[in-house]
Ligand binder design. Sequence first.
Ligand code: GLC
Length: 453
Amino acid sequence: MKFSLILSILLPTISFSQQTAWFADAKLGIFIHWGMYATDGTSESWAFHNRTVPYPKYMSQMKGFTAQNYNPTAWAQLIKESGAKYCVITTKHHDGLALYDTKLKTAAPQKNTLWSSKYPLSTIHQTPIKKDVVAPLFQALEKEGIKKGAYYSLLDWSSNDYPGFYKDSSRYQLENDPARWQNFLTFMHGQIAEINTQLQPDLYWFDGDWEHSETEWQAAKIDSIIHHTNPNAILNGRLKSFGDYDTPEQNMPILHPDRSNWELCLTTNDNWGYRPSDTHFKSHFELLSIFTECIGMGGNLLLDIGPKADGTIPDEQIAILKEFGRWTHKHAAAIYGSIAGLPAGHYHGNSTLSKDSTTLYLFVPSPQGAILDKSNLMIPIYIKGLKNKPTSITLMGSEIQIESHEVGKISWSSVPGTLFIEVPVSAMDPMISVIEIKFKEPIQLYRGKGGFH
Ligand code: GLC
């Protein structure tokens, strides 16, 4: 009696850290960008927004979005095999196409002939799939014990009630038509409520908050819609000041992000969705190195895959997930439930610690991770946050010019990627080699918290 009384007093105050405990321990998540853009391999939503592809042509990709070989069970098994503990899928990207069963209709752009506002803009009503593709994945993930995350774009460039459309024009100004904005908010808040009841995500991954203010989005209302019925849901930090963790994108933080929990979201090549033209895949070594960077700083990696329009996952990405699986299973104790390792200056590499700090795990790039380039064995080392380009990189005591390349550089951002430098094993000093890196100007460092700003 006394015990249950104590419990009932304690329960309502379940602390934030208890809710997010699984997240901090998860370390690896798989991000899935799936949408009509996979049909022709355009960039996700941005293709029409940036006027690379006309809107009607972009939307015509819905006809080729078939999902005919979609196997959610196999997806969930592969994700499990990778060692990921959570998965985040696009329930709706900036193009407005819902992959789940939305009942809510929105006005189509005026001259639109490609989709009918008589029906919701969803895979069920506007594509040959004719089905909700998120719910079956969530069921399969649950079976595998993987936490379910819903990516949802707050902005919706297809809705005629939304001000933004093309990068250089907008439909209207909020202050001139508050009723129209309210229509949009009712629609968008309604979709979040639907996702909450239909799919009950463990995590929400909002995107696109940069187009409006916290007040304009009514972010507090969104937070309360979710937590009212789904009190343990975790929110990423892209709902202005709301949210539980920071989400630097592509670029690795040098300094710890502001919130104590954080996650780097990263593409395996240079795009989020399936684009056969993009063969610029990061190597397994580079991806695992970045993963050890993240966990070494107490964060997670949310590694993205972009399935094809028929639902098959590109071979390169299957191979990446399998390699992550091999590595994470072998080194599980150093990964799951670990905390950030040694602070900078103590070890020239990445490390983690057991929660009780009685075990230290040092990550040492092995010569096996080395690559064979021009029949020469190379050990890759890397520098984060280097703003200026080296004019030369040499191995001291030799004439050898060393190759380097930048990984994870976003073309439109000034934040540098990570410079991987390949050191030829055959020419290395038997004791300690020294790499000499020269610059035209004094060295300039990016000292930020990751992401593209
Ligand atoms: C950016 C892009 C979006 C992508 C997201 C993933 O915010 O707008 O296309 O889905 O990053 O992090």
